[in-house]
Design a protein around this ligand. Structure first.
Ligand code: GCB
Length: 593
C-alpha cells in the first residue's frame, strides 16, 4: 500500500486535529447508529493520539470496548472527477469507518494502515462527516492476543505482553486524490554488483487501459540516471551511491502513467535506497560487508499521547540514537508509524521490523495475565489466530517492503517455541514471510526459557534473535553467575546453529536517581555494570553480531507487582533524560570519552 503523497497528479489533506470523541461504555453506539449524526457528549480528542491518558478519568484510561471519533471534512469542488481515498495510518486494534451515512471500510489490526475509495460517497464542495468506531479488545483471535474477564465492575482486559494497551487513532488520517487511472502499488528490489547498482521494479496499476508505464530514477541531486518503459523491469545505475548504515542516500524512483496525446495522467515518486542484505555463516551482511547492530528495542510510547505518532519525539529520539552511537533499532513489538521508517531511510538507521505478534506465550500469562493457559489450543491461539497473524505479516510486508532501512522481518516476539504445537503454528507463517519477500532474512525474538536444548523453531529462521535477562530475572543481582551462564548459553547457540546472533533484549529495571556504592538491582550503578558484563561476553562470542538494549526509554505497562510506574529498563527516562548507562553505551558505541 503506497503512502499518500502530493504529486503533480495527486493532492492530499490531513484530517489531524481535534475530533469529537465519545466513550461507548455500554456498547450501544453501533445499535443506535451513532455515525448518523453528531456524537453524544462534548468530549474532543486529538488525532493522532491514544485516548487513555488524555482525560482525568479512570473510566477512559481503563475502558474496554468501543470509542467513537468524528470529524467534518470539506471536499473541494476541484476534486470532482478524481478518485478520493480516505486512509487511516492505524486504528488500534480495529475500526469501522463511515463517511456520512455509508460504511466505507473495516479493519482488524492496530498498527497497519487501511483505506477506502470514497469517491461515490463524498459530496463535493460540502462538509462530509467522517465517523470511526475504534475497538481496543484483545481476544485469543487478535494479534496481539488477550482475553476479557467479566467482573462486577464491568469488563477487565488481560494480555500477555509488557506494555500498556493504548488505543485510539494513533496515526495521521488522510483524504487524498488519485486520477481514475492510477499507480496502485510499486515494488522495488535493489542489487549491487561492482560499482553498478540495480533497481528491479514492478508496478501495479488500476483503471489504466490504454496507458503506458514509464519509470525514471534520479539521484539525490535530481539528475536522471536511468529510465525505462513497461510495468516491470530492471534499471541499472553506473557508479552507484549505495544506501548504507549511517548514510541514508536515496534515489527517487518515479512512476508515470502515460496516455497518448495527454502526457502523464498519474505520477508517483518513491524514495529508493540501493543496498543488499545477506546472511553468510555467522555474519550479517549489508552491501556485502559485516554489519554489527548497536541500538535498542524501542516502543512508541510518550507521556500523555501514549502511542500517538509525534514528529517531535520522532526527531528527538533519532537525535538521541545518534548522540549515543546507535545504528539500528527494533520496532518492538508492532509496526511503527510509516514516518519513522521514512526517517530511518533518510538518516541511515537500520531497522528490524516486527509484527504485533507479542505474547503468544501462555507461560508469560502466569505473571502478566493472572491465569495460566495452554498457548496453542482450539480455545486459545488457534487456526483463526494464525490467519490473523498471517494477515498481519502480509500487511507489514506490503507496507514496508520498499524501505531500505528494513533488513529483517521479525514475525513474533517471545512466542512459545518449545512445543510441537508451536512448530506447527509457525512453519506456514515463516513460509509465508519468505514467499512475500524472498530478499530479507526472517527471524523471531526468542524468550529466555527457550534455551537451545528446548527450542524447536530456530532452524526455520535465518538469524537468531535472543532476549536474555541474566542478572535480572535469573541470577538476580549476581553478575558473576550471570556472566558465566550467559556465555555458556551464547556459545551453545553459536555451536549448534552457526547463524548470526543478535541479542535483541538485555537490560535491568533502573529507577533514575537511585544510587548505591554497591551495585544492587534497580540502581543506576547496577544497570551500568550489567550492561558492561553483557558487552564483555558479546566480545568473546564471535557469532554475536548485534546488541539491542532493552529498552531505549522507560515506558507504560499494565499494573503488576513487577512494575513501578511502568517498565524502567530504559536507558533514557520516559521523558528522555539519560541514566548513567547512556554514557556507558555512548563510550562503547561512539568511542567517546
Ligand atoms: C521481554 C519482553 C519485553 C519486556 C521485557 C521486560 O522479554 O520482550 O516486552 O518488556 O522482557 O522488561 O520484562
Amino acid at each position: 500500500m503506497l503512502e499518500p503523497r502530493e504529486t503533480p497528479t495527486r493532492e492530499r489533506r490531513s484530517l489531524d486535529g481535534l475530533w469529537r470523541f465519545a466513550l461507548d461504555a455500554d456498547g450501544v453506539g453501533r445499535g443506535e447508529g451513532w455515525w448518523r449524526g453528531p456524537l453524544p457528549g462534548a468530549r474532543e480528542a486529538p488525532v493522532p493520539a491514544s485516548y487513555n491518558d488524555l482525560f482525568a478519568d479512570a473510566r477512559v484510561h481503563d475502558h474496554v470496548g468501543d470509542v467513537w471519533y468524528q470529524t467534518l471534512v470539506r471536499v473541494p469542488d476541484r476534486w470532482a472527477g478524481q478518485r478520493i481515498v480516505l486512509r487511516f495510518g492505524s486504528a488500534t486494534h480495529r475500526a469501522v469507518v463511515w463517511v456520512n451515512d455509508t460504511q466505507v471500510v473495516e479493519h482488524e489490526g492496530g498498527y497497519t494502515p487501511f483505506e477506502a475509495d470514497v469517491t461515490d460517497v463524498v459530496e463535493f464542495g460540502a462538509d462530509n462527516r467522517v465517523t470511526a468506531v475504534v475497538n481496543n479488545v484483545l481476544t485469543w483471535q487478535s494479534i496481539p492476543p488477550g482475553y476479557v474477564d467479566q467482573t462486577p465492575e464491568g469488563p477487565r482486559q488481560w494480555y500477555f505482553h509488557d506494555f500498556f494497551n493504548y488505543a485510539g487513532i494513533h496515526r495521521t488520517v488522510w483524504l487524498y486524490t488519485t486520477p481514475t487511472a492510477y499507480v496502485r502499488d510499486v515494488t522495488v528490489v535493489t542489487g549491487l554488483s561492482g560499482t553498478a547498482g540495480t533497481v528491479g521494479y514492478e508496478v501495479e496499476t488500476a483503471g489504466a487501459d490504454g496507458t503506458e508505464v514509464r519509470v525514471g530514477l534520479a539521484d539525490a541531486t535530481g539528475t536522471e540516471v536511468a529510465r525505462a518503459t513497461g510495468a516491470a523491469g530492471e534499471l541499472t545505475v553506473a557508479d552507484v551511491h549505495p544506501w548504507r548504515p549511517g548514510e541514508g542516500y536515496l534515489y527517487t524512483f518515479t512512476v508515470e502513467l502515460w496516455r497518448d496525446g495527454e502526457g502523464p495522467v498519474d505520477v508517483y515518486p518513491l524514495p529508493v535506497g540501493i543496498r543488499t542484505v545477506d546472511v553468510s555463516g555467522t555474519r550479517f551482511l549489508i552491501n556485502g560487508e559485516p554489519f554489527y547492530f548497536r541500538g535498542f528495542g524501542k516502543h512508541e510510547d510518550t507521556p500523555v499521547r501514549g502511542k500517538g505518532h509525534d514528529d517531535v519525539f520522532l526527531v528527538h529520539d533519532f537525535a538521541l540514537l545518534d548522540w549515543i552511537g546507535a545504528n539500528s533499532f527494533r520496532t518492538s513489538h508492532y509496526p511503527y508509524a510509516e514516518e519513522v521508517l521514512d526517517y530511518a531511510d533518510r538518516h541511515g538507521l537500520v531497522v528490524i521490523d516486527e509484527t504485533a505478534a507479542v505474547g503468544l506465550n501462555a507461560q508469560l500469562g502466569a505473571t502478566l495475565a493472572k491465569t495460566s493457559f495452554t498457548t496453542f489450543s482450539p480455545d486459545t491461539v488457534n487456526d483463526a489466530t494464525r490467519e490473523v497473524h498471517r494477515q498481519a505479516i502480509r500487511e507489514l510486508v506490503a507496507r514496508d517492503k520498499n524501505h531500505p532501512s528494513v533488513v529483517i522481518w521479525s514475525i513474533a516476539n517471545e512466542p512459545e517455541s518449545w512445543t510441537p504445537a508451536s512448530r506447527a503454528y509457525f512453519e506456514p507463517l515463516v513460509a509465508e514471510a519468505r514467499r512475500l519477500d524472498p530478499t530479507r532474512p526472517v527471524a523471531f525474538a526468542n524468550v529466555l526459557v527457550a534455551t537451545p536444548d528446548r527450542d524447536v523453531l530456530s532452524d526455520l529462521f535465518d538469524v537468531l534473535m535472543l532476549n536474555r535477562y541474566y542478572g535480572w530475572y535469573t541470577d538476580t543481582g549476581d553478575l558473576p553467575a550471570a556472566e558465566r551462564d550467559l556465555e555458556v548459553e551464547l556459545s551453545t547457540w553459536a555451536d549448534r546453529y552457526g547463524k548470526p546472533i543478535i541479542m535483541t533484549e538485555y537490560g535491568a529495571d533502573t529507577v533514575a536517581g537511585l544510587h548505591s556504592v554497591v551495585a544492587v538491582p534497580w540502581t543506576e550503578e547496577y544497570q551500568v555494570e550489567l550492561l558492561a558484563m553483557y558487552h564483555r561476553v558479546f566480545d568473546r562470542v564471535d557469532a554475536v553480531v548485534g546488541e539491542h538494549v532493552w529498552n531505549f526509554a522507560d515506558f507504560a505497562t499494565s499494573v503488576t507487582i513487577m512494575r513501578v510506574g511502568g517498565n524502567r529498563k530504559g536507558v533514557f527516562t520516559r521523558d528522555r533524560h539519560p541514566k548513567a548507562a547512556a554514557h556507558l553505551l555512548r563510550r562503547r558505541w561512539r568511542g567517546s570519552p
